[in-house]
Ligand binder design. Structure first.
Ligand code: KIV
Length: 292
């Protein structure tokens, strides 16, 4: 069926018929607290976004792209330009999921005003629905500042990878009572400041359950608990692209093996000249040959 358009003269928008699937909204995700689990995956490219979109509620353009795409040692060197370029690609590749983009290290911590300028640029230049930022109590005034100015925010507490230099590594958090109390305070502060969702990463399981029961924001777990309001994984981890499989990852596929197998088969076909084959080649049309 072909698409037809009706012009809405009040907005100058051409509305297509049949109407495409509508994108989920931030309030629709916020309303999922304690209900059907929210499915989130990272995506950094338009093609991955296309493939994940029908199955997800939220797509996260995580700053984990620093390691996954750029081979950087941590998320610390990731730039705002990287996040904006990949964020725009993911928005273009999706039509259903809420797209959230990580604010990279150094682009938001100095002041609420700095965070607003960065987040506004991200939303304007990508079309994403909201931003994610790391940190607890100290970032609560910034979260409030953004939310009060119309920017939906996802928080991120527990293991916060941008703080790797201060934390000294990527080990699970909340092993002592004092650390549990601090992470709980962090999550409450971010939720009370208006974040509609909070990622809880790499914490002991009972703490993730306690946070989920204590805050009004939708909790998204990664290395946290099945009791969280939703889950996120780095897509390349769950696809089996990396040899290292941390405890919190489940591999749902072994893509590395398949990609390597395809590269090996291609290399063999080039070397034994079986590629390109007849069906991959362009020939001079018979009529042109006849005219000669
Ligand atoms: O950058 C990222 O991919 C993330 C997820 C691990 C939550 O922050």
């Amino acid at each position: 069926m072909s698409t037809t358009y009706t012009l809405d003269t009040s907005t100058s928008r051409a509305n297509p018929t049949p109407a495409p699937m509508r994108r989920l909204s931030v309030p629709a995700i916020a309303a999922r607290k304690g209900k059907e689990p929210v499915v989130m995956l990272t995506a950094y490219t338009a093609r991955y976004a296309q493939l994940f979109d029908p199955h997800c509620d939220m797509l996260l353009v995580g700053d984990s792209l620093g390691q996954v795409i750029y081979g950087l040692p941590s998320t610390v060197p990731v730039t705002l330009e990287m996040m904006i370029n990949h964020g725009a690609a993911v928005v273009r590749g999706s039509y259903h999921s809420v797209v959230i983009i990580d604010l990279p290290f150094g682009s938001y911590e100095a002041s609420p005003e700095q965070a607003f300028a960065t987040a506004a640029r991200v939303l304007k230049e990508t079309g994403a629905a909201g931003v994610k930022l790391e940190g607890g109590e100290a970032m609560a005034p910034t979260v409030r500042f953004l939310v009060e100015r119309g920017i939906p925010v996802v928080g991120h507490v527990g293991l916060t990878p941008q703080a790797v230099n201060a934390l000294g590594g990527y080990g699970a958090r909340g092993k002592s009572e004092a650390e549990q109390a601090k992470i709980l305070r962090d999550a409450k502060a971010i939720s009370d400041a208006g974040a509609f969702s909070v990622v809880i990463e790499g914490v002991v399981e009972p703490l993730a359950v306690e946070i989920t029961n204590a805050i009004s924001a939708v909790t998204i777990g990664i290395g946290a608990s099945a009791a969280c309001d939703g889950q996120v994984l780095v897509a390349e981890d769950m696809l089996g692209l990396f040899d290292r499989v941390p405890r919190f990852v489940r591999r749902f596929h072994n893509l590395a093996e398949q990609i390597e197998g395809a590269a090996k088969a291609y290399a063999e076909a080039v070397r034994d000249r079986s590629f390109p084959g007849e069906d991959n080649l362009y020939q001079i049309p018979a009529e042109s040959l006849a005219r000669k």
